[in-house]
Ligand binder design. Structure first.
Ligand code: HEC
Length: 133
């Protein structure tokens, strides 16, 4: 029995890499209660790259405009040119670990990028997409 004890730290380590997983699952349950049905990473990716007219800039923008299409890479804020740390939880374990932060930025970024709040379904799909990276 004792010789299998080494496996415990390994499991804990593997768990730490996916600290976002439990948060994302709980968020998705919440979105389902608000009418979403499931969460689709492929649909989230399509929405991530969808271009919308941003009236203040007079330019087409998408989530990728600031966060990049490759979530494992750092992004750059298109107005301030500040570096934005990678969104992928696999390379940035702080991502998707704080529900209040997620909601705050969905609020700002959906309004600015798409021109309205994201629906519960869109949020579920975005989280599934980001979590998969
Ligand atoms: C104008 C630039 C910009 C655009 C466009 C943008 N974001 Fe962001 N986003 C930010 C900044 C700045 C932060 C906060 C800084 C950080 O967390 O690195 C952030 C943070 C987030 C977070 C918080 C992640 C976490 O847990 O740390 C989520 C989720 C997010 N954005 C989703 C989106 C989605 C979805 C879109 C498209 C609808 C989008 N963003 C478009 C700039 C942008």
């Amino acid at each position: 029995m004792k010789k299998y004890l080494w496996i415990i730290p390994m499991l804990l380590q593997a768990g730490a890499v996916h600290a976002s997983e439990a948060v994302v699952q709980a968020q998705i349950v919440g979105y389902e209660q608000q009418g979403a049905s499931g969460a689709d990473a492929a649909r989230g990716q399509a929405s991530w790259n969808e271009q919308h007219m941003q009236p203040d800039l007079g330019k087409m923008v998408s989530c990728a405009s600031c966060h990049s299409t490759d979530l494992t890479q750092a992004g750059e804020h298109m107005r301030t040119a500040k570096r934005i740390e990678p969104m992928a939880p696999s390379v940035n374990p702080e991502r998707l670990t704080d529900p209040a932060k997620i909601e705050k930025w969905f609020g700002r970024n959906c309004e600015w990028t798409i021109g309205r709040d994201c629906t519960a379904q869109e949020k579920a799909d975005f989280l599934a997409f980001i979590q998969s990276k």
